[in-house]
Design a protein around this ligand. Structure first.
Ligand code: SAM
Length: 286
């Protein structure tokens, strides 16, 4: 990561690529070094506020809706009655905010290892935190691996893993042990979804191993969904959906079309289209 002439640049050395955002001023709005990571907040000139963790872009005000909606609505509109939802990570509360738009949801537990991510989000991304005081929301600050190990079997309808990349504290959330417990704590028919990085550069080293680990952990089926996200490396991102014990069913397009809340990216056409993956991906993962 570098800061030059008011440009924030995230460099992705492994692929020789970089992404920059112009800053409105050189001053950081906030910075916290926690026992887990280094969090920074900047004011960009065109993308609103920017949250960076350990030099990597986490979110911007301008495009986070695409990510948060795609991490939430495909799974919640595929599950026939999502009542109990677990979010691992997601400390900025954007995913929680989308989950709580669903009236079926009776309990949404968010478990992020780092309370400071949530406190900074409340201060700088208040629009993502408007539902934090919803009586159905529970915010916990703990390690996701510890949480899933301790959770009783068959506790959740949907589990969403909104984590950092598989380095640092997020690494444990990509291990076989994590997937085994995730499969165990889902109810019959339960759905799991995890952010799975870029199809262009992470198919071989992250998405394919994730699929194999999910199947080995006992998940019956998986499906990768893709969407654009200009502020993440390559501008093309994915999440991987898996079902505990059966084929992933068709989503309820009528419920999507009649949803009693506003989305800015997700709709039934997007849901149909997002599971269409390109040839190179099919060849690499079959
Ligand atoms: N959308 C982002 C991305 O893909 O870059 C992820 C955003 S969200 C802020 C990621 C969260 O994962 C962070 O708040 C971080 O604290 C949390 N996290 C990392 N490792 C974790 C762990 N082991 N248990 C729970 N939360 C974890």
């Amino acid at each position: 990561m570098s800061l030059d002439n008011n440009w924030f640049t995230e460099t992705y050395q492994a692929e020789g690529l970089a992404f920059s955002l112009h800053l409105a001023n050189a001053e950081k709005l906030a910075e916290k070094k926690t026992p887990f990571q280094h969090i920074e907040i900047y004011q960009t000139s065109h993308f609103g506020k920017l949250m960076v963790i350990d030099g990597c872009v986490m979110l911007t005000s301008r495009d986070n809706f695409i990510y948060h909606e795609m991490m939430t609505h495909p799974a919640l509109f595929t599950h026939p009655r999502p009542q109990k939802v677990l979010i691992i990570g997601g400390g900025d509360c954007g995913t929680l905010n989308e989950v709580l738009k669903h009236e079926n949801v009776q309990l949404a537990q968010q478990v992020d290892i780092d309370e400071q991510v949530t406190r900074l989000s409340e201060a700088f991304f208040p629009e993502l935190c408007t539902r934090n005081n919803d009586p159905r929301a529970e915010l916990h600050f703990d390690d996701g691996i510890k949480w899933v190990k301790q959770a009783p079997a068959e506790s959740y309808d949907v589990m969403i893993v909104d984590s950092t990349d598989p380095i640092g504290p997020g690494e444990v959330l990509f291990t076989p042990q994590f997937y085994q417990h995730s499969q165990r704590i889902l109810k019959p028919g339960g759905l799991f979804v995890q952010q799975s990085e870029s199809p262009l550069i992470h198919t071989e080293n992250i998405i394919k191993p994730m699929m194999n680990k999910l199947l080995k952990a006992g998940f019956a089926d998986h499906q990768t969904l893709n969407f654009p996200l200009c502020s993440y490396p390559t501008g093309w991102w994915s999440c991987t959906l898996a079902c505990k014990d059966q084929k992933i069913s068709q989503f309820n397009s009528q419920s999507v079309d009649n949803r009693p809340f506003i989305t800015h990216y997700y709709n039934s056409e997007i849901h149909r289209a997002c599971s269409a993956m390109p040839e190179f991906f099919k060849q690499a993962t079959q």
